[in-house]
Design a protein around this ligand. Structure first.
Ligand code: PMV
Length: 312
């Protein structure tokens, strides 16, 4: 049997904009998807992740396509049957890179089962192929975070070359709270929607994309300096431009407001939006606890974790 895992992630700056070559900042979180793979006479997928209602059904066909794409990227028969078990601590909520984490986990498990000895670099590129089934034209930020962990600066293949990926050193791990709207989102549709609106309205979208770039640059400086107040302010700003490009939702805005009211340094949606999750920067156990209590009281699921804790 082959085993593998991949990290979940939150995007601190730049989701959606990264698809179009703007840099973003991502952090892996301390939750992962695990996979176990065995050769089998027929294809069996046993997905035992805790998920938002309807997540598995919504993603089922994309999951099968994703596995076929990955097998092909490993120079294997795309229809090669396996018994695949998927589990782990990362819930199947939209926005946490759950699809990328599962792709990395499955790719690693297949590599082990078939003794392929694939390098992390290869696993990352195989998972990127798998991500295309879920996200259409993904930036690659999710599979990179799922493969390597840590906090990273990511820019999609500048000048058509390789992705620019740089580790960001943070002074100490910082508490965050992830709030889930409980709504499953279709990342592919969200990504396509932004691309269509950008094309249709360059006068509005051009300046917003410029702002997203400045925010990522300023965000990196603030993260590296450990200036968490500044990081929070910039995250709030990032949420505002995500609202303007039409990827937030009523529930996401509500959770963002709720977190800010409890004193979160900053809060924004994370990932594809349109449902899914938000992230609040809540340095210290006490502040984290306040935001957790507010979410609990209001009946929302949450993950209380830290950024900057895990690397592969
Ligand atoms: O919703 P998630 O976890 O799949 O994150 C998507 C992030 C996007 O920036 C919207 C897409 C991408 O490929 O970068």
């Amino acid at each position: 049997m082959g085993r593998g895992s991949g990290f979940g992630k939150v995007i601190l700056f730049g989701e959606h904009f990264v698809v179009h070559g703007i840099p973003g900042i991502v952090s892996a979180i301390d939750s992962s998807t695990d996979a176990e793979v065995k050769k089998s006479p027929t294809m069996v997928i046993r997905d035992e992740r805790k998920t938002a209602k309807g997540y598995s059904e919504e993603k089922r066909l994309q999951q099968i396509e994703s596995i076929e794409r990955m097998l092909k990227a490993m120079d294997l028969d795309p229809k090669m049957p396996f018994d695949i078990w998927i589990g782990g601590t990362l819930p199947g909520f939209s926005g946490l890179g759950a699809s990328a984490a599962s792709s990395v986990a499955i790719a690693r498990a297949i590599s082990e089962e078939l003794n392929l000895n694939l390098s992390n670099e290869k696993i990352n590129s195989v998972a990127y192929e798998g991500e295309k089934a879920y996200a259409g034209n993904p930036s690659g930020i999710d599979n990179t975070a799922a493969t390597y962990g840590g906090v990273m600066w990511f820019k999609k293949n500048p000048a058509g070359g390789q992705d620019l990926v740089e580790k960001i050193h943070i002074k100490r791990p910082v508490e965050i709270v992830i709030g889930s709207t409980g709504k499953v989102a279709n990342t592919k549709a969200m990504v396509e929607g932004v691309a269509d609106r950008k094309k249709a309205n360059p006068a509005k979208y051009g300046p917003l994309f410029k702002q997203a770039e400045s925010l990522a640059v300023a965000g990196r400086k603030a993260v590296e300096a450990g200036d968490l107040k500044k990081v929070g302010d910039l995250m709030n700003e990032n949420h505002r431009i995500l609202q303007e490009i039409g990827v937030s939702s009523k529930e996401l805005d509500l959770l963002v407001d709720m977190a800010r009211k409890q004193g979160a340094f900053g809060a924004k949606l994370t990932g594809g939006g349109g449902g899914g999750c938000m992230v609040a920067l809540t340095p210290g156990k006490e502040l984290q606890g306040k935001v957790v209590s507010a979410f609990k009281t209001a009946g929302y699921e949450f993950i209380a974790t830290k950024i900057g804790v895990v690397t592969y």
